[in-house]
Design a protein around this ligand. Structure first.
Ligand SMILES: CC(=O)N[C@H]1[C@@H](OP(=O)(O)OP(=O)(O)OC[C@H]2O[C@@H](n3ccc(=O)[nH]c3=O)[C@H](O)[C@@H]2O)O[C@H](CO)[C@@H](O)[C@@H]1O[C@H](C)C(=O)N[C@@H](C)C(=O)N[C@H](CCC(=O)O)C(=O)O
Ligand SMILES: Nc1ncnc2c1ncn2[C@@H]1O[C@H](COP(=O)(O)OP(=O)(O)OP(=O)(O)O)[C@@H](O)[C@H]1O
Ligand SMILES: N[C@H](CCC[C@H](N)C(=O)O)C(=O)O
Ligand SMILES: [Mg+2]
Length: 495
């Protein structure tokens, strides 16, 4: 594509340099530049892409997008807002692929990943081809790619959408993080449905206040439904959790058709007669499409919420309730979410991804409900992330645990001991007895100790890292998988 043609996606009348320059790719990271690429110089939070322009040129970049003219020998598109340009130019370069897909976006503090897998299952059982993007991976059909982030940067996102189109994907189900919404990674993307799971504390390091965090999530809905359509295929839906106060705000922001779901409040898709056991959940679904009895293998009331949002999204696509039920009843586990580590031992070991106060509240209250023995929790908090959630996570775990191992999650660039020290005030606030917890920085040792100390019928919840197969210490990702560490410890104890 010629630079001139690409520039037509923006209000650019003047190009510094040769407008006929051929652009064969588009990148915002100098480390990924190939010959012929356009390099977007993004002023970021920690670095300024403009500083990497010379490196991009050395690697063969054929043109730049900049916010100021640089004294460099290749053509430049000078724009006011390089992030906006990144989203708009990427969409244009890849031919607006989101319009060729039915895109279902999910936002909320907890439950996004889980919901993507539930919806994927329902759609695939109906014979649709699907793409999935989120924390665990990107999946196109049965091909998996590990991702750096939950929601990709605009350039990568548009490229992935194009790949999905090439593989004749009908639906793409994706997690939309608040960072992505705030940083414009999904700007201009055409969503068919937006789902809101819930809003509780996380990421205040980035958003600073809960209001700002909510406003970021709201962007998914304010951009939905900008034109009414008689054609069902073009309709857009905002699927909102009626039991979360933020939904009221989001409902005012959107022009899309609203479908509400929940348990406590009156809504369009509601679960009643809920029964939670260690084996799963049961509930009666009452909806505009009729009633049905669901029996799922996923545990916890929070998974009823995830199921409800997914059911609402599927109903909006015209999928029969019976079929939805059959699909959801089939799902046994979502990778790293309440995943049982079973080596035949007489105590239960669960690996879960709860890494927020509310996630822990949900996971632990569920465990507490069905535990016949003690509840032993192993958890920590991620470094370089919201510090204010640390004592809150301590407080929640104290509320439900008979014994606690406070350990490292991904310390990233922080001192691991200091992270543990930030958790302890939460334990002290609720007078959690000193003899009921231990601080063990080494996560492997903490897991081993928890397993060595477990008695018959006890439940050990290892929280925070779920599906992760690494531990990030000072930017180095060391192999680490809670499930494998737990397995080895169980076997070691038996010997
Ligand atoms: C807060 C946040 O999301 N920051 C992301 C953002 O940073 P940024 O825009 O400020 O970029 P920067 O690192 O300052 O660099 C500026 C520019 O220089 C470029 N650069 C930089 C270095 C270099 O050698 N060459 C080069 O070209 C970068 O590609 C970028 O375009 O863009 C960068 C490039 O894409 C990301 O690496 C960075 O993610 C950081 C590492 C991060 O940790 N993000 C997390 C918090 C995140 O996004 N998480 C959410 C999930 C949350 C959830 O699931 O709940 C997610 O969607 O994954
Ligand atoms: N609907 C929910 N409400 C509250 N907690 C939940 C819910 N669903 C899952 N959880 C808890 O939160 C953890 C993370 O779930 P999941 O990975 O589905 O969320 P996510 O929103 O994708 O998280 P992330 O922001 O890290 O991508 C689970 O392991 C579980 O403990
Ligand atoms: N998407 C979340 C995941 C947190 C997972 C936890 N293991 C941690 O490292 O804090 C984040 O990036 O904040
Ligand atoms: Mg996720």
């Amino acid at each position: 594509m010629k630079l001139q043609e690409l520039a037509s996606a923006l209000l650019i009348t003047h190009i510094h340099g040769d407008a006929e320059t051929e652009i064969t790719g588009i990148e915002a990271d100098s480390r990924k530049i190939k010959t012929g690429d356009l390099f977007l110089c993004i002023p970021g939070l920690t670095a300024d892409g403009h500083d990497y322009a010379p490196k991009a040129i050395a690697l063969g970049a054929s043109a730049l997008v900049t916010e100021r003219v640089l004294d460099l020998p290749i053509p430049q598109l000078v724009v006011k807002d390089a992030r906006y340009a990144m989203a708009a130019l990427s969409a244009h370069f890849y031919g607006y692929p989101s319009k060729e897909l039915k895109l279902i976006g999910i936002t909320g503090t907890n439950g996004k990943t889980t919901s993507t897998y539930l919806i994927e299952k329902i759609l695939r059982d109906q014979g649709f081809t699907t793409g999935l993007m989120g924390t665990i991976q990107m999946k196109i059909g049965d091909t998996y790619t590990e991702m750096e982030r939950t929601t990709q940067e605009a350039v990568d996102l548009q490229r992935s959408f194009r790949m999905m189109c090439e593989q004749k994907t009908d639906y793409c189900i994706m997690e939309v993080s608040s960072h992505a919404l705030e940083l414009g990674r999904v700007k201009g993307i055409h969503f068919r449905s937006g789902i809101f799971t819930n809003l509780t504390q996380d990421h205040l390091d980035y958003h600073k206040t809960m209001d700002a965090y909510a406003a970021a999530k709201g962007l998914l809905f304010s951009r939905l439904g900008n034109g009414f359509s008689a054609d069902l295929k073009e309709r857009q839906y905002a699927i909102l959790n009626a039991d979360d106060a933020a939904s009221q705000t989001f409902s005012k922001l959107t022009a899309a058709q609203i479908i509400t779901y929940g348990i406590e409040n009156d809504c369009d898709v509601r679960a009643t007669n809920i029964r939670i056991t260690a084996q799963g959940t049961e509930f009666k679904l009452v909806s505009f499409a009729g009633e049905a009895f669901f029996r799922m293998k996923l545990v916890g009331k929070f998974n009823v919420y995830n199921a409800l949002g997914s059911i609402a999204a599927a109903l909006a696509e015209g999928i029969p309730l019976e079929a939805i039920r059959n699909s959801l009843e089939d799902i046994t586990v979502v990778d790293g979410r309440m995943e049982v580590v079973n080596e035949g031992q007489d105590y239960l070991v669960l690996v879960d991804y709860a890494h927020t106060p509310d996630g822990l509240e949900n996971a632990l209250s569920t465990v507490r409900d069905f535990a016949e023995g003690k509840v032993i929790t192993v958890f920590g908090c991620g470094g370089d992330r919201d510090r204010t959630k640390r004592p809150l996570m301590g407080k929640v775990t104290a509320k439900y645990s008979d014994f606690l191992y406070v350990t490292s999650d991904n310390p990233r660039t922080e001192n691991p001991d200091a992270i543990l020290d930030d958790i302890v005030p939460g334990l002290k606030e609720v007078n959690y007895p000193k003899e009921k917890y231990e601080l063990i920085v080494d996560r492997k040792k903490a897991i081993q100790k928890a397993i060595e100390g477990a008695g018959p019928k006890d439940v050990i919840l290892i929280a925070g890292k779920g599906h992760e197969t690494y531990q990030d210490v000072m930017g180095v990702k060391h192999d680490f998988d809670d499930r494998l560490v737990a397995k080895a410890a169980i076997r070691g104890r038996e010997r």
